[in-house]
Write a protein that binds this ligand. Structure first.
Ligand code: HEC
Length: 150
């Protein structure tokens, strides 16, 4: 009987993925349950920012100015898989600090290219720690190796 109860709770757990940190923000998330009609605008924007971020990382590593071609301001208007997650003052504050870090990076002088790039990536991670932990493993790939002098 107890064994059945345990088994049942596992089954229920995997049906309702809210156990743990999965939800639509699971690593490399393809929102299935919440978003059967395809990926949200915000998810597409984020994926784009990751791809651009990896390109910019290569450039920064070779001493070039970090100039991402992304529409970062859309972070405030893009539709999210879970709109309630982005309709909070916390989300807006994290989004603002990300935009400011991105601007500081784009306007940095050459000796600060690497440190401002690194700072920008950390603002991606800060928001994710709060609202969407799944993709952090992926975003970590954007970080420069801290053992090099930044
Ligand atoms: C202000 C908060 C915030 C900031 C800043 C932020 N993200 Fe996100 N990110 C989210 C939210 C919320 C989602 C979930 C989007 C959805 O499913 O609609 C997400 C989703 C993602 C995803 C998963 C997309 C997919 O395939 O479903 C990746 C990858 C990602 N972000 C990377 C980044 C990168 C890289 C940066 C910085 C350049 C960044 N994020 C900055 C909140 C943020």
């Amino acid at each position: 009987m107890i064994r059945h109860a345990i088994l049942l709770s596992f089954v229920l757990c995997s049906l309702f993925t809210s156990c743990g940190e999965k939800e639509s923000c699971a690593a490399d998330s393809r929102p299935k349950i919440y978003n059967p009609n395809g990926d949200s605008e915000l998810a597409l924007l984020m994926r784009d920012m990751f791809d651009e971020g990896m390109r910019v990382k290569e450039e920064v590593a070779t001493g070039k100015r970090p100039l991402p071609a992304w529409d970062a301001d859309a972070i405030f208007t893009a539709h999210a898989t879970q709109p309630e997650k982005v309709a909070t003052p916390e989300f807006k504050a994290y989004a603002q600090s990300f935009l400011e870090a991105a601007r500081a990076m784009e306007e940095a002088s050459p000796e600060d290219y690497k440190s401002t790039y690194q700072g920008m990536v950390k603002t991606c991670i800060a928001c994710h720690q709060e609202v969407c932990p799944g993709p952090i493993v992926k975003i970590n790939k954007m970080l420069l190796d801290e053992s090099e002098s930044l």
